[in-house]
Design a protein around this ligand. Structure first.
Ligand code: NAD
Length: 248
């Protein structure tokens, strides 16, 4: 029987340039719920496409700050798990070029990854929807905690928003860069993403070879060289053990 971990390790060793694409599933082991896992996904409690939409943010900011914003805040103190640390190690050893992430939880950076393309924004800063002034997320939080809802810009009194890509927002510049990075790679390792959110789900199509590590099925499974239906940390630990050139 074929050893899928060994095959994944071989593909990574043979590849000239490998890029990783992560989704919410890599952070569930850090205690952050994803959207679509049965039983624990946020989708079962609310509609994130509504709570985290520009429609609600701009038309009903009070509702946004009482719902969607709380989801973002809940990620603040999460810690990276083994999967994030292994990716940082693989980057350091030159086995992957970087990580394209749909996550906004900052956990790749906390684990030590340097090249991170945040295609859905991030939760370190916020900005004014009127004048564009950039503020730290802590300032935004402190205003919300003092019941200044919606929080207002100190310069122009416009509404402040987190710099997270909401449903309805345009894609940030990092997406362009991620696209070029994918185009110039020969292997992509997808980890913990249902590959149902557009346009990020077009990225695997740009790369010749594909490894998918995801607990449930994805639309790209059929064309992948290797599919591993297991938790991200278990799968990456086993692959790491097969990598001859990595310092274990
Ligand atoms: P998704 O919720 O659509 O899919 C997550 C996938 O990960 C599922 O298919 C699930 O089976 C799998 N999974 C869950 N735990 C896993 C584990 N331990 N190991 C391996 N696989 C696991 O997530 P998505 O594709 O990233 O799309 C959801 C959107 O929600 C993204 O745009 C993302 O920005 C956002 N989001 C981010 C966070 C975060 O920053 N941590 C959390 C929730 C949602």
């Amino acid at each position: 029987k074929e050893n899928i971990y060994e095959k994944a390790a071989e593909l990574i060793e043979k590849s000239k340039k490998t890029i990783v694409l992560t989704g919410a599933g890599i952070s569930t082991e850090s205690g952050i719920p994803d959207f679509r896992s049965p039983g624990t996904g946020l989708w079962e409690k609310m509609d994130p496409m509504e709570a985290l939409s520009t429609r609600v943010l701009y038309n009903d900011p009070i509702k946004f700050y009482n719902n969607g914003f709380k989801i973002l805040l809940s990620m603040k103190d999460a810690k990276p798990n083994k999967a994030h640390y292994i990716l940082a190690q693989l980057e350091q050893e030159g086995l992957i070029s970087g990580v394209i992430t749909q996550n906004i939880d900052n956990l790749h950076q906390k684990a030590g990854s340097h090249k991170v393309f945040e295609v859905h924004g991030q939760t370190r800063t916020g900005s004014c929807i009127n004048c564009g002034e950039v503020v730290s997320i802590d300032l935004l939080n402190s205003k919300v905690e003092k019941n200044e809802i919606p929080p207002k810009c100190d310069k122009c009194n416009g509404i402040l928003r987190p710099d997270v890509v909401m449903f309805g927002d345009p894609m940030p510049e990092d997406f362009e860069r991620a696209w070029r990075e994918a185009e110039s790679s020969d292997l992509m390792v997808v980890i913990g993403s249902s590959l149902t959110v557009s346009p990020v789900n077009f990225l695997p199509g740009l790369v010749k070879h594909l490894i998918i590590i995801n607990k449930s099925e994805t639309p790209e499974d059929r064309r992948a060289d290797v599919v591993i239906r297991e938790s991200a940390s278990e799968a990456l630990s086993t692959i790491l053990a097969y990598l001859k050139i990595a310092k274990n």
